[in-house]
Design a protein around this ligand. Structure first.
Ligand code: HEM
Length: 400
């Protein structure tokens, strides 16, 4: 990546609060070659077709030397987690890991977590009592997903605070601009988390309890299970934080809609889906590689090229979505790419939707919002997992 190129501008922090004008620019050339040989694909049908194309690989070891290779077990020594693998390894791992998580084998597992997660939402909101200002990120969106993933894995509650720290360091390192410092922090977090998980997995093997670690321990090698736990923690963390925060921010920027929502809580479903289109927590997927020459929209992406699939740009492609820059929960046929598509479609989407549907309606039912205290709010550095670092809001009260 060279400074001045559009990919450099996208990851430039100055454009974090509003990258959308850059995506308009990008879509003028649906498949665009950057100076360093990276290809950016930004239009809806082209992104969707490539995400479903077996000639595009998520295994970054296929990249020529000199390009970023997230997910490779450089120093951690662990095998790549299944997001960074291709079939048949990917499908085998994903099938195994899905057994204790969702249908057809475990259709009730996630539903069984609703009660505890609802309790967490209630506790977080109770703590707003007596305050006239809160930070939606720190006080609400951030704590919920880590609690959720700890319950999914079966991590003891008292260890959750340590997971927050590790998740943070690991998620930040997915950013293409995370410097050496960020990579080192991530490596240390990964080592500490690894040591913790090795002990926990061993304990679960001897004394199984609730959660996926116990269920998977007999079927997976400790290294594969550890890599999976790390993936679930990272993938399910900042994404969901950003989804809750972006929903809050977007609603507070649209007072008419907020008013409608407070009168009709059933609007939560289309509102949340529209946020995933309009402000997707994963803005782009920068770790795919062409395994062969691929012709797309009149351009040939040569074998070996790194490819970035620009989900946030595709979600606002006017060829697919009418008036795409308008936040419109009433839009029909909102087949957004917020959770991706194809074999790497978000594994945790059902969990994320449960968390969002518990958190968002309850937040707006109980809290009487006054106004945003900073607009735009300060954003995190990460350009891929993009979202506000803080969302300070003034509030006027809390109902029971
Ligand atoms: C609103 C919240 C979320 C969003 C927007 C989101 C988005 C995405 C996207 C775009 C991908 C595709 C990435 C790629 O192929 O490279 C993905 C994959 C994945 N997500 Fe999520 N995610 C969310 C929440 C979660 C949660 C809560 C979990 C944890 C259970 C999770 C686990 C995963 C995993 C394991 C993959 C890899 C799937 C595979 O490679 O087969 N995600 N997610």
């Amino acid at each position: 990546m060279t400074s001045g190129t559009i990919s450099a501008q996208i990851i430039d922090y100055d454009n974090r609060a509003d990258p959308y004008p850059l995506y308009v620019e990008l879509r003028k050339q649906p498949v665009r070659r950057e100076e360093d040989g990276t290809y950016l694909v930004s239009t809806y049908y082209e992104v969707r077709s490539l995400a479903n194309d077996p000639r595009l690989s998520n295994d970054t070891s296929n990249r020529p030397p000199g390009y970023a290779r997230p997910g490779q077990p450089v120093a951690s020594g662990l095998p790549p987690s299944f997001i960074f693998t291709d079939p048949p390894v990917h499908d085998r791992l994903r099938d195994t890991i899905n057994r204790p998580f969702g249908p057809p084998h475990s259709p009730r597992f996630l539903d069984g977590l609703r009660g505890e997660l609802a309790k967490t939402v209630t506790e977080l909101l109770d703590a707003f009592e007596g305050k006239d200002q809160v930070d939606i990120v720190e006080d609400f969106s951030y704590p919920l997903p880590v609690t959720a993933i700890c319950k999914v894995l079966g991590v003891p509650r008292e260890d959750e605070p340590r997971f927050h720290v590790w998740a943070d360091a690991l998620a930040s390192s997915l950013d293409p601009q995370a410097g050496e410092d960020g990579q080192e922090k991530a490596l240390r977090a990964r080592q500490d988390l690894g040591a913790y998980l090795t002990d926990l997995i061993e304990t679960k093997r001897r004394h199984p309890g609730p959660g996926m670690l116990s269920a998977l321990a007999p079927d997976m090698t400790p290294a594969d299970l550890e890599a999976t736990a790390v993936l679930l923690l990272v993938a399910g963390h900042e994404t969901t934080v950003n989804a809750i925060t972006n929903t809050t921010l977007t609603l507070l920027r649209h007072p008419d809609l907020l008013d409608r929502f407070q009168k009709d809580p059933d609007l939560a479903v289309p509102i949340i889906e529209e946020v995933l289109r309009y402000e997707p927590p994963v803005q782009f997927v920068p770790w795919t590689t062409a395994l062969a020459d691929i012709d797309v929209a009149g351009t040939t992406i040569p074998k070996g090229s790194p490819v970035w699939l620009m989900l946030a740009a595709a979600n606002r492609d006017p060829r697919r979505f009418e008036d795409p820059d308008r936040f419109d929960p009433d839009r029909k046929d909102n087949e957004h790419l917020g959770f991706y598509t194809g074999i790497h479609y978000c594994f945790g989407a059902p969990l994320a939707r449960i968390e969002l549907h518990l958190a968002v309606p309850e937040l707006f039912r109980r809290v009487k919002f006054s106004r945003l205290l900073e607009d735009p709010p300060p954003y995190r550095a990460n350009a891929v997992l993009r979202g506000p670092r803080h969302l300070p809001v003034a509030i006027e009260g809390l109902t029971a």
